[in-house]
Design a protein around this ligand. Structure first.
Ligand SMILES: NC(=O)c1ccc[n+]([C@@H]2O[C@H](COP(=O)([O-])OP(=O)(O)OC[C@H]3O[C@@H](n4cnc5c(N)ncnc54)[C@H](OP(=O)(O)O)[C@@H]3O)[C@@H](O)[C@H]2O)c1
Length: 219
C-alpha cells in the first residue's frame, strides 16, 4: 500500500518505518524540519520518502494521523481533501501539557476527527500502544505470541485495511466495534502508557473487556 504519515514523531516515525520495512511505500510528512523527514525516510529504506502533508495524503491508500490533538486543524488544512481516504488515527485527546485526556468518556480524538473530516473513513488504531514497544513487537517476528491491538471504526473496508496494517506491524488486530468505542479505548491507552512508564510502582488499575451478545430473540 501507499501510506501517508501525517506527523512523523515518536509514533508516526516508528510506525511509518515499520510499514516501510513490511514492504509498503511510505511518505513521511509533518515535522518541524524537512531534514528530519528525509533522515527518517532514508533510515526506513524501501520506497520511503519525505513529502508535504498534501503529497503524503493525496496519493495514499491509507493515512496515519499521528499528531498532538491540538494540531489536528493545522495538519488537516495542509493535507487537503481527505474524502474517501482511510485515515488511521493514533492520536489521544490530551491537554497542552500532555498530562490529561480532555474529552475522555464523552468523546474521543477519533470521533472528533471524524466530525472534522466527515467524508474520510476514520479508524482509531495504534493508540493503545506506547511507541517504545513498537520496534520490539515488529522485530519479534512471526513466531512470537502477538500482542493484541484494538481498533474501531464505522467503515468495514477501512477496518480491513487497518487490520492488515496492524498485522504487518506484528500485532493481533482486535475489532472493538464502531468508532464511538474509541472513547473507551483511548483512556485505556493512557493506562497502558502509565504502566509502561511507571512499571510496578505505577497505579494499580485494571480494565476488564467483555463481549456482550444480544439475547436471542424468540422465533
Ligand atoms: N508517544 C506515544 O507513546 C503515544 C502512544 C499512543 C498515542 N500517542 C498519540 O499519538 C499522537 C502523536 O504522538 P507522538 O508521541 O508521536 O508525538 P510527537 O513525537 O510530538 O510527534 C508529533 C509530530 O508532529 C510534528 N509537529 C508538531 N508541531 C508541529 C508544527 N508546528 N509543524 C509541523 N510539525 C509539527 C512533530 O515534529 P518534530 O518531530 O519536528 O517535533 C512530530 O513529528 C499524539 O496524539 C499522542 O497522544 C502517542
Amino acid at each position: 500500500m501507499r501510506i501517508g504519515i501525517l506527523g512523523s514523531g515518536l509514533m508516526g516515525g516508528k510506525i511509518g518505518t515499520i510499514f516501510a520495512r513490511a514492504g509498503h511505500e511510505v511518505i513521511f510528512s509533518y515535522a518541524q524540519s524537512e531534514q528530519k523527514l528525509k533522515k527518517l525516510a532514508r533510515e526506513a529504506g524501501g520506497r520511503s520518502k519525505a513529502g508535504t502533508p498534501r503529497e503524503a495524503a493525496q496519493e495514499a491508500d491509507a493515512v496515519l494521523l499521528a499528531v498532538h490533538w491540538l494540531r489536528f486543524d493545522d495538519v488537516l488544512k495542509q493535507a487537503g481533501d481527505l474524502s474517501g481516504k482511510v485515515v488511521l488515527s493514533c492520536s489521544l485527546p490530551m491537554n497542552e501539557q500532555n498530562t490529561e485526556l480532555v474529552v475522555g468518556r464523552t468523546s474521543s480524538a477519533a470521533e472528533e476527527l471524524a466530525k472534522k473530516v466527515p467524508k474520510a473513513r476514520v479508524v482509531s488504531a495504534f493508540n493503545t500502544v506506547p511507541s517504545e514497544v513498537l520496534f520490539a513487537v515488529y522485530e519479534a517476528g512471526r513466531n512470537a505470541a502477538r500482542p493484541s491491538l484494538v481498533y474501531c471504526g464505522d467503515d468495514r473496508r477501512s477496518k480491513q485495511v487497518a487490520a492488515e496494517l496492524i498485522r504487518d506491524a506484528g500485532f493481533d488486530p482486535v475489532d472493538a466495534g464502531p468508532l464511538r468505542i474509541a472513547r473507551y479505548t483511548e483512556p485505556f491507552a493512557l493506562l497502558v502508557g502509565q504502566l509502561a512508564y511507571e512499571g510496578t510502582g505505577g497505579p494499580e488499575l485494571a480494565y476488564r473487556f467483555e463481549l456482550f451478545r444480544p439475547a436471542r430473540q424468540k422465533e
